[in-house]
Write a protein that binds this ligand. Structure first.
Ligand code: FAD
Length: 444
């Protein structure tokens, strides 16, 4: 492994929100940074692409892959105060072309990320339209990074002391297993390829999933479709049936099987349908990473990783930013990347390899003991604030703001209380005021 010096040559893979803040933290710490970005602009997920993939289910390994899973009408599901980085708040900009709503459209998030990058001079570190095709261990514990400019075949191999992986995890669809699906006569799509409701006009559509995308997409499709049926495995029996306020949308339990064009739900209900839309989440995928089996993805567990960031065997020279889900993502990214930057510069010491492995094993055992499936290894939900503060403690980053915790919680409750209107009606103006006061510390 590399010898300990304070300044390292670091490759960051991806210029989405995670890669941008990682580049900033690494450079602030004095490292020399190159950010590789396959797309033609920074922003990752927030770069909307109206095109869809050649395989709408996203299963064909040879398909042309589109990175972003955004749909045209998407507005954030978190208030902007909760989304911004700590010292670069996501404030309203009352300028032409900007969306000043509290839950703005995806275009506004992209503009925020571009403002962030411009403010911290990150653009000059990014190599656009450059795909990383191989990351592997080279001589003396350094990393060989092979990249390919998208517009030429001039592959380039470079040597880095450290690699930080920020490639996002909303690209490779997970599909629900449905008995009989091979003989299904209708169409199928994963939400990754949903853009607008247009293809669903006058169709009977079955939507699988109970999370944010399923909620938004079902409402939007219902504006044009003949019928919408939502299959949500976590729905309680007393909530099944017609969705309140919608005369042609129904909630069901899991799909039991499909036959021809019939979808049979558990509890015996059946509908004749044209389309199945899978809003069933994504798989972690690192097609470029070759670690000789040291890091694997097993049932959507990326491991072994010390606190979701460092593989003990390769720490701190390989790290991951942004794996946790059901979180306020930007708050996680800035802490994890500060921890990585400080560890690489020797400002922060990691435990020994053995101690980190023990910690990972203890975590896995606790998941097993509580019956948590492997695929939920990186799911945080209520645990996210303890995690954020634990990482903060490691690197001397400020603790998560109390208003942010309460606002996230208030938004989750409001989403249940006002499912159809939570983005426009809320009760937490006091928290928004506290956030504004806090932001004043960072706004000149
Ligand atoms: P990404 O934004 O996916 O960026 C990864 C980057 O890596 C991409 O630019 C990609 O091109 C690049 N890349 C990948 N592989 C390579 C390679 N081999 N070589 C070079 N470059 C590569 N979060 C919120 O906070 N609020 C919301 O309201 C919200 N809504 C969401 C709605 C949807 C539909 C989805 C899918 C996500 C939403 N999120 C939301 C979560 C969002 O994903 C995160 O906020 C965040 O933007 C993820 O950033 P990232 O940098 O980890 O990944």
């Amino acid at each position: 492994m590399s010898t300990a010096t304070t300044r390292h040559h670091v490759a960051v893979i991806g210029a989405g929100a995670a890669g941008l803040v990682t580049a900033r933290e690494l450079r602030r710490e004095g490292h020399e940074v190159v950010v590789f970005e396959r797309g033609n602009q920074i922003g990752g997920t927030w770069v909307y692409n109206p095109d869809v993939e050649s395989d709408p289910l996203g299963m064909d390994p040879n398909r042309y892959v589109i990175h972003s899973s955004l749909y045209d009408s998407l507005r954030t599901n978190l208030p902007r105060e909760c989304m911004g980085f700590r010292d670069y708040p996501f404030i309203k900009r009352d300028e032409k072309g900007r969306d000043s709503r509290r839950f703005p459209s995806h275009r506004e998030v992209l503009m925020y990320l571009k403002d962030f990058a411009a403010n911290f001079g990150i653009g000059e570190l990014v190599r656009l339209e450059t795909e990383v095709v191989i990351v592997e261990l080279g001589e003396g514990g350094k990393w060989r990074v092979k990249s390919r400019p998208l517009k030429s075949n001039n592959e380039r191999v470079e040597i880095y002391d450290a690699v930080v992986i920020c490639n996002g995890h909303h690209v490779q669809p997970r599909i629900a297993h449905i008995p009989g699906i091979n003989a299904w006569r209708g169409q199928q799509m994963h939400s990754h390829n949903y853009r607008t409701p247009k293809p669903f006009r006058d169709q009977v559509v079955v939507i699988i999933g109970g999370a944010a995308s399923a909620f938004d997409i079902s409402r939007e499709i219902a504006t044009v479709a003949k019928q919408v049926h939502i299959a949500d495995r976590s729905i309680k029996e007393d909530k099944q049936g017609k969705v309140p306020g919608h005369d042609h949308m129904w909630l069901h339990s899991t799909i039991e099987s499909v036959h021809g064009s019939t979808v049979v739900f558990q509890h015996g209900k059946a509908v004749s349908a044209d389309f199945i839309v899978h809003c069933t989440g994504y798989k972690y995928d690192f097609p470029f990473l070759e670690t000789k089996g040291i890091v694997t993805v097993d049932d959507n567990r990326v491991g072994p990783l010390y606190r979701h960031v460092f593989p003990p065997e390769l720490a701190p020279w390989l790290s991951f930013v942004g794996l946790p889900w059901m979180v306020a993502p930007f708050s996680v990214f800035e802490r994890q990347s500060n921890w990585i930057a400080g560890t690489l510069s020797n400002r922060i010491a990691l435990p020994s390899k053995e101690k980190m492995m023990e910690d990972v094993q203890a975590f896995y055992s606790s998941l097993e003991a509580s019956g948590t499936p492997k695929r939920y290894t990186h799911k945080m939900a209520d645990l996210q604030w303890d995690y954020d503060n634990w990482v903060s403690d490691q690197c001397g980053f400020p603790a998560i703001e109390e208003w942010r915790v309460q606002m996230y919680d208030a938004t989750s409750k409001n989403r249940v209380l006002r499912a159809e209107s939570y983005r426009d009606v809320w009760d937490d103006d006091d928290l928004a005021d506290q956030a504004q006061k806090d932001f004043a510390n960072y706004l000149i």
